[in-house]
Design a binder for this molecule. Structure first.
Ligand code: SF4
Length: 303
């Protein structure tokens, strides 16, 4: 089937199944173009929980579809590429979270949504890169176990010096490989550009940014700034949306290596097949789902 035929087939199947297509900002361009909504983890979690559609096609990675299944067990949540995982989420496991709780009994466990349902079930509250600061500041606890991203955790810790952080040693392979030299090189090439960087990058890299924020915050920040040239320090998928939204501005990726291979596993072909067969379905077994839901709902209540 051609791209055009695939698009019209997806449209037909979507209507037939009363389905909604949700795509993360890091998805392939053609997936973003046919999605009903494009957003970050927080926006997509909210949409998944509130939409009346019975079938959700989640174009992202496994933990995102799992969060939708946790919040909306009555819906059919499809992940068109079931092997699209998140290596950072795989760096945390429930048993070690329980061990850390014993080691730091006073600490509150804050899990980035980039975790499995089993880890969320062991957590007090979740956060995304958009609301991590608000979540941590809302807590009475003076001690925080932050997992699994040590880079996001370091960034939040630097903004909340009154709390003590125990940082999990996880990281995003895509963002972690950006170096200070990459930033210097990009700044030298475009001295008039503003540098916007995601907090999953290493602290020394984020420290050289004009702005540090989540994908949603980066998109908003571009709109607020007068500048016309931007160096973007997050996964390359974001550039597609930025160009569409701000056609008069120029965007350069901080480094060519900023690609998440898992986010690129979904294409129009997988979406059409997924809608046709209504699989692969992502679900979470009880009682983990109910426990994980508490941590997610505490986060959603704050944002
Ligand atoms: S970009 Fe990084 S954190 Fe996001 S899904 Fe890919 S590996 Fe995971």
């Amino acid at each position: 089937m051609s791209q055009l035929e695939l698009k019209s087939e997806i449209q037909r199947l979507k209507e037939e199944n009363n389905a909604l297509i949700l795509a993360h900002t890091y998805q392939n361009d053609e997936v973003q173009d046919i999605a009903d909504y494009i957003g970050d983890s927080l926006e997509l979690s909210r949409l998944a929980a509130n939409t009346p559609h019975q079938v959700l096609v989640f174009c992202g990675v496994h933990f995102m579809a799992e969060s939708a299944a946790i919040l909306s067990p009555e819906k059919t949540v499809l992940l068109p590429a079931p092997d699209a995982g998140c290596p950072m989420a795989d760096m945390a496991d429930a048993e070690t979270v329980r061990e850390w709780r014993v080691k730091y009994p006073q600490a509150t466990v804050v899990s980035y949504v980039n975790t499995s349902a089993a880890v969320k079930a062991e957590s007090d509250i979740c956060c995304t890169s958009s609301n991590a600061l608000r979540v941590v500041r809302s807590l009475d606890a003076e001690e925080i176990i932050f997992l699994p991203d040590k880079n996001l955790g370091s960034y939040i810790a630097s903004q909340v010096p009154e709390k003590r952080f125990h940082l999990w040693p996880g990281f995003c392979r895509t963002h972690h490989r950006v170096t200070v030299e990459d930033v210097e090189k990009a700044k030298n090439a475009y001295p008039e550009a503003k540098v916007l960087i995601h907090p999953e990058c290493q602290p020394a890299v984020s420290a050289r940014a004009d702005f540090v924020g989540s994908t949603k915050q980066i998109v908003e920040q571009v709109g607020k700034l007068e500048a016309s040239i931007f160096i973007i320090g997050t996964e390359m998928g974001i550039i597609h949306g930025l160009k569409k939204r701000y056609p008069q501005k120029k965007f350069y990726l901080l480094t060519p290596g900023l690609v998440c291979p898992n986010m690129k596993k979904i294409t129009l072909r997988e979406i059409a097949a997924s809608l046709q067969h209504l699989e692969p379905v992502i679900s979470v077994a009880e009682p983990i789902r109910t426990q994980a839901r508490l941590a997610l709902e505490r986060m959603l209540a704050l944002s």
